[in-house]
Design a protein around this ligand. Structure first.
Ligand code: 9MR
Length: 414
């Protein structure tokens, strides 16, 4: 959507630049690589309260649906429905937002570089405007994201006297940032993505040896303890906020298992982590290439992640759902980029069927899921069509003109 994004798959913010931080692309050679990705606390989901660890498939009968008029009404007995918004969202998409969504996630406005571009000088304006809109409209706010490898200001990594910052100073800066931000939004932001995208596809922790744009200076300069410390600092600053670990491609078995083990270790060490966010940047179909991350992009594999994480007693949320028309690993060129004309009825139906399948699974797990957030509202404003991608995508439930799509009908049809 609006700010940030200048890089295509794999590039971004490694040296702390505020540029886009997309997760690794699924690129082959030539053409434009397919792009990879970078509520309420139990509200409307009484079954989860205090019982996030239920795990497994619910056996009791599903609750009744809540009417046809809006997403949030339809899912009111299941889980809150959220949307990522930019600072203009309340104006440009206000009607859809207030009718269909229970919560908002500021898409870029609460990232480190947005909130503290200069050391000690916090710029809360755009984030505050979203928070104010949410409170005026009875919506909750998911905070995103306190510690990430991307969209950081350059000063963060520089020592006071020049050179690279020391471990102690970086930890102190992390604490100061989390402390100020979590206190500023205390009582207004009900949950935080505290650490975002710390695990790589094969399960190792993101560190200094990743490709450009994918490196984590947090791990490089602090070591693994940066993760636990971030959660401790956030809990100290806002003891009421639910604290999440958030990541993408949770359907990859190795990554799924590594996140499970990381969460288990944190919990055993008494670290205040309360939930896992599954971003769920999906595609119209899985890849057929076993080496491609999207080879694993099947409903059952994402379902397994929900079961695994909730078996630890953690809440689980779908935090950044969208469904791109492009298939990872397939190369597209300008003449095969989708347009309104080539987003045919057949393709719309395929997108709808895949949305339906994932939402059916989400509903089965309404006891474990405490929120499902879409990464955007309508197809006229999505990170997947940001200029960095150089191509138009149609990944959401509402179209460019804010009308419902077949995907919306499918999600509502039960
Ligand atoms: O949607 C965000 C886009 O506007 C920014 O340009 C981009 C910068 O990295 O970040 C996008 O949001 C990402 C989110 O913060 C973390 N998960 C992946 C999301 C999509 O890249």
């Amino acid at each position: 959507m609006s700010s940030g994004g200048t890089s295509t798959g794999g590039a971004a913010g490694s040296s702390g630049s505020a540029a886009a931080g997309r997760p690794p692309s699924d690129a082959g050679a030539g053409g434009v690589p397919p792009i990879g990705p970078g509520g309420a606390p139990n509200g409307g989901n009484p079954a989860v309260a205090g019982a996030a660890g239920a795990g497994g498939t619910p056996t009791a009968e599903l609750p009744p649906a809540g009417g046809n008029g809006s997403l949030k009404d339809k899912f009111q007995n299941y889980f809150p429905i959220g949307a990522a918004v930019d600072a203009n969202g309340p104006t440009t998409h206000g009607e859809l937002l207030s009718r269909h969504f229970d919560s908002v996630t500021p898409e870029n406005e609460m990232k480190f570089a947005s909130l503290q571009p200069t050391e000690g000088q916090f710029t809360y304006g755009p984030a505050d405007r979203i928070v104010q809109y949410a409170s005026q409209n009875g919506m909750k706010v998911r905070g995103h994201a306190l510690v990430w490898h991307s969209q950081n200001p350059d000063w963060l990594w520089q020592g006071p006297g020049g050179g690279t910052v020391s471990k102690q100073t970086l930890l102190a800066r992390m604490k100061a940032h989390i402390d100020a931000v979590a206190k500023h939004f205390r009582g207004k932001v009900y949950c935080w993505d505290v650490v975002n995208e710390a695990v790589m596809n094969d399960g190792h922790l993101r560190g200094p040896d990743e490709p450009d744009g994918q490196k984590s200076r947090w791990l490089e300069l602090i070591g693994e303890e940066y993760i636990a410390e971030a959660f401790r600092y956030a809990h100290e600053a806002d003891p009421d906020a639910k604290l999440f670990y958030n990541d993408f491609y949770n359907y990859i078995p190795d990554k799924q298992q590594a996140i499970y083990e990381l969460m288990k270790k944190l919990l055993e060490a008494g670290v205040p982590v309360h939930g896992v966010g599954l971003q769920a940047h999906l595609n119209i179909e899985p890849s057929t290439d076993p080496m491609n991350q999207a080879y694993h992009q099947h409903v059952e594999k994402l379902e397994k992640a929900i079961q695994l994480y909730s078996s630890l007693g953690l809440e689980v949320q779908i935090t950044e759902l969208d469904l791109s028309l492009y298939i990872p690993g397939v190369m597209y060129t300008e003449d095969t980029f989708y347009t309104a004309a080539t987003f045919t009825a057949e393709l719309k139906a395929r997108q709808a069927a895949r949305y339906r399948a994932f939402f059916e699974m989400f509903r089965r797990h309404h006891r474990e899921l405490t929120g499902v957030t879409l990464w955007g509202i309508a197809d006229d404003n999505t990170w997947l069509s940001e200029f960095a991608s150089m191509r138009k995508d149609f990944p959401l439930l509402f179209d460019d003109r804010h009308m419902t799509k077949p995907a919306y009908d499918a999600v509502m049809d039960w």
